[in-house]
Design a protein around this ligand. Structure first.
Ligand SMILES: NC(=O)c1ccc[n+]([C@@H]2O[C@H](COP(=O)([O-])OP(=O)(O)OC[C@H]3O[C@@H](n4cnc5c(N)ncnc54)[C@H](O)[C@@H]3O)[C@@H](O)[C@H]2O)c1
Ligand SMILES: O=P(O)(O)OC[C@H](O)CO
Length: 336
């Protein structure tokens, strides 16, 4: 069990991940108000006392209540955790700005960059929320496995050591381990870029390539992640940690990943829109591929795998042609 005294958590975003984290917080003895922006979705959560749309099979405890009123979610809240998709992040933290006490920290478990600007989410949050403690939760963590209580470990990176510890302690307990970190940049770029690389491994597996290909994509993908992450100021050790190689391996190798499944679907001939419709949930790598592409061009960072994923998603290049382009690259030193 968590050693933190019982908290009242406003949890914003009742998708699969927000719901799983809500269940975890309740198991740790905390009270959760789960806010959603769609009245009909919230009505269904209240009626069913379960998230039948995004995380079926896990009834809500009496300490988890859904609401479509942000004011109600924040009433008496001691902590605030944002779990909306990256495209909604600025909008949601902007709504928080005028509602939160000045000293209250904000944590999020969103993985992605701001689509329009390519900014890391802590940069967005700092711009909107001014000087308050911020933290990002990231790492290898499928919602269903957390809801089932299967052992999981994540990283909590913050600009404030005490807030990192507070947020980690809220989540830590039973079968969930939360490690603290000071590297928000590294943790955030890992969480965003791994989704793009998972699309690449999904494509490769969907085209019938083997284990050699998958291992090569993960390893060379990690090299791309380290290049862009260190250029942005991330710390080298983060890339070998839970948010880095941990989440990259998880997402690239298991079909619970929506990003990997999108890659598999593209390889089978489905369009991006068809694949997204079948998956029926957020596939962050689709918009992140565009943001990463623009960012790597601007910074002059070579990211051949991410770049081919971008071409497949946005320039109607076929998975086969993208594969050819990668394999035809000139030999080069592995490091440097
Ligand atoms: N599902 C996982 O296993 C998992 C694990 C770790 C991190 N994440 C990350 O968590 C974030 C949320 O993903 P998810 O898996 O819960 O997605 P999901 O598709 O299961 O649900 C998305 C949720 O976001 C809400 N939403 C959509 N647009 C919104 C808006 N404009 N304002 C407010 N809410 C809005 C939807 O109503 C829905 O409740 C993503 O960044 C994802 O990468 C997910
Ligand atoms: O289903 P995905 O591909 O969005 O991945 C979910 C989590 O980010 C895995 O850690």
């Amino acid at each position: 069990m968590s050693t933190e005294p019982s908290a009242k958590v406003a949890l914003l975003g009742p998708g699969s991940w927000g719901t799983a984290l809500g269940l975890l917080l309740c198991r740790n003895g905390h009270r959760v108000r789960l806010w959603g922006h769609e009245a009909a979705q919230v009505e269904a959560l209240r009626r069913d006392s379960e998230n039948t749309q995004f995380l079926p099979g896990f009834p809500f405890p009496s300490t988890m209540m859904a609401t479509d009123s942000l004011d109600e979610a924040l009433e008496d809240a001691t902590d605030c955790l944002v779990v909306v998709p990256s495209h909604a992040f600025r909008q949601v933290v902007t709504q928080l700005a005028s509602r939160l006490p000045p000293e209250m920290g904000v944590a999020w478990a969103t993985k992605g960059l701001e689509p329009a600007t390519g900014q890391l989410l802590h940069t967005v949050a700092q711009g909107v929320l001014d000087n308050r403690p911020l933290a990002v939760v990231s790492g290898p963590s499928f919602a269903t496995e957390v809801a089932k209580g299967l052992p999981t470990a994540v990283s909590v990176a913050s600009n404030d050591g005490r807030f990192a510890t507070r947020t980690a302690r809220l989540l830590h307990g039973g079968r969930f381990r939360a490690y603290t970190s000071e590297d928000m940049i590294g943790v955030e770029i890992c969480g965003a870029a791994k989704n793009v690389l998972a699309i690449a491994t999904g494509i490769a597996d969907g085209l019938g390539f083997g284990a050699n290909t998958r291992a090569a994509l993960i390893t060379r993908g990690l090299a791309e992640l380290i290049r862009i992450g260190t250029a942005l100021g991330g710390r080298p050790e983060t890339f070998t940690g839970l948010a880095g190689i941990g989440d990259l391996v998880l997402t690239c190798t298991d079909n619970q990943s929506r990003n990997r499944r999108l890659g598999l679907a593209l390889a089978s001939g489905q369009s991006v829109d068809e694949a997204k419709a079948v998956i029926g949930q957020e596939v962050e790598g689709v918009i992140t591929a565009q943001a990463i592409h623009r960012l790597s061009e601007r910074l002059g960072i070579e990211m051949p795998i991410a770049s081919q994923v971008y071409r497949v998603l946005c320039e109607q290049v076929s998975p086969q042609e993208a594969t050819r382009a990668l394999l035809e690259r000139e030999p080069k030193p592995e490091f440097g």
